[in-house]
Structures are given as C-alpha cells and as structure tokens.
Design a protein. Structure first.
Length: 217
C-alpha cells in the first residue's frame, strides 16, 4: 500500500462512479490557471456531498470555503433548480474564479457567493440551512461548527472536510494550527450535545485525509 496505489484506486473509483464531467473539469482548469491551490475535494468527495444532499432532501445549503467553486457546483446541482447554495469565500480573487465557473456550469442562478471571512459573514446569514459543508481555514472549525448548529435545524447534515491530515491529528505535541483546529473541531463534534457525528478517513488523490459527517440533533 502506497500513496501512488491509493491515488490509482481513487482514479478508478472516479472513472467508474463519477465519469467525465466537462463543467467540473473546466472549473478545475480555471482554478489551476488562476494559480489557486489544488485543494478542492476529490471527485468522489464531490459526489459524496451530492449524494448526502440528495439523501437528506437538502434545498438550502451553506458552504464555508468556496475556493474555485468545484464543490459548490456539486452542491448546486444536488439541490436542484428550486434549491440554493450560499457559499462564503474570504478571498475576492478566488470568488471571481468561482463565480465564472459556477455560471459556466449553468447553476449560477442558485448560488450566492458572499465575500468575507466566515466570522464576519456568518452572523449576517439567515437560516435554516439543511446541509452545511465546512471546508475553510481549519483554525476556525469550532466557530464554523457552532454557526452550523445555530443556522441549522434538527436533521441538518454537516460535512467537515480534512479531518485526517496525514494522521497528524494524533500528534498531541503538534504546533500546526491546522492540526490543532481540526482536532478541536472533532472534539467538539464528540462532546457537544447538539451534534451526532462520525468521521471516515480517506486515502486517494488527495493523500491521507478524511471527512466528519454530523447530524444536528
Ligand atoms: C487544506 C485545506 C483543504 O480544504 C483541503 O481540502 C486540503 C488541505 C490545507 O489548508 O492544508
Ligand atoms: Mg478541504
């Protein structure tokens, strides 16, 4: 078992279960061309968001961390033409790239991009949201989880990205603020009675990582 083998198997899964998708591939090309980091969810991760949104019948989705809009397109498609996605992006340059890709994907009418830091934008939003995808600065995970609970309702699905971090989460002596923020978020999901949560580690094209999946009780 090697990272190359995980990636090859992940490519097989994506080829088999996701397939060729010109709008999503164009969004990744635009993101790369603009020099944004290639830290969007993997294709199977995007499809996980879509399947969870559809399973839960989500119509109003909140995303924290738009980046180039790859996961946003997945979520916007999943909510259907009567649904909506509010997505928060701290970097105006990222938001411009995302806006163009989301519009080109044909789902621009259901996506509202709010530019600003999560801590600033979240208090201005009106819930309830049926699904919240948290994929932004890991240092703020507990703040974002708190807002997800406040802006959610009983049954709201929360997906928290990047909970594996190459296994660093068990290194209690880590000084990496992303590792600390990730671990704090996981502890909150375990301890805070507002949540019923689990987490799955993943390996694949994005290395060794994972997602936490929680329900607002
Ligand atoms: C990082 C952030 C992400 O959202 C991701 O999917 C991978 C890595 C990061 O900040 O390191
Ligand atoms: Mg992520």
């Amino acid at each position: 078992s090697t990272p190359a083998a995980w990636a090859a198997a992940d490519v097989f899964l994506a080829d088999t279960l996701v397939g060729h998708d010109p709008a999503l591939e164009a969004a990744l090309d635009a993101q790369r061309a603009a020099g944004l980091p290639e830290i969007e969810v993997a294709p199977v991760g995007g499809k996980l968001l879509s399947v969870l949104a559809r399973m839960s019948g989500a119509r109003r989705v909140l995303e924290i961390g738009t980046l180039g809009g790859y996961s946003t397109i997945w979520l916007a498609r999943a909510v259907g033409p009567e649904g909506s996605v509010v997505t928060i992006e701290a970097e105006a340059d990222n938001a411009a790239v995302a806006r163009a890709s989301i519009d080109a994907a044909g789902v621009g009418d259901r996506v509202d991009i709010r530019i600003g830091r999560g801590e600033q934008v979240l208090p201005t939003l009106e819930g309830p949201f049926d699904l919240v995808f948290i994929d932004a600065d890991k240092e703020s995970n507990t703040i974002y989880l708190d807002w997800a609970a406040r802006l959610g309702h009983s049954g709201t699905v929360i997906v928290l990205d990047n909970i594996g971090r190459e296994g660093e989460i068990v290194r209690e002596d880590s000084t990496d603020s992303k590792v600390i923020g990730t671990r704090d978020g996981l502890r909150m999901l375990g301890e805070d009675p507002r949540f019923d949560a689990t987490a799955l580690q993943t390996v694949g094209v994005k290395g060794w990582d994972g997602v936490a999946i929680a329900l607002v009780v």
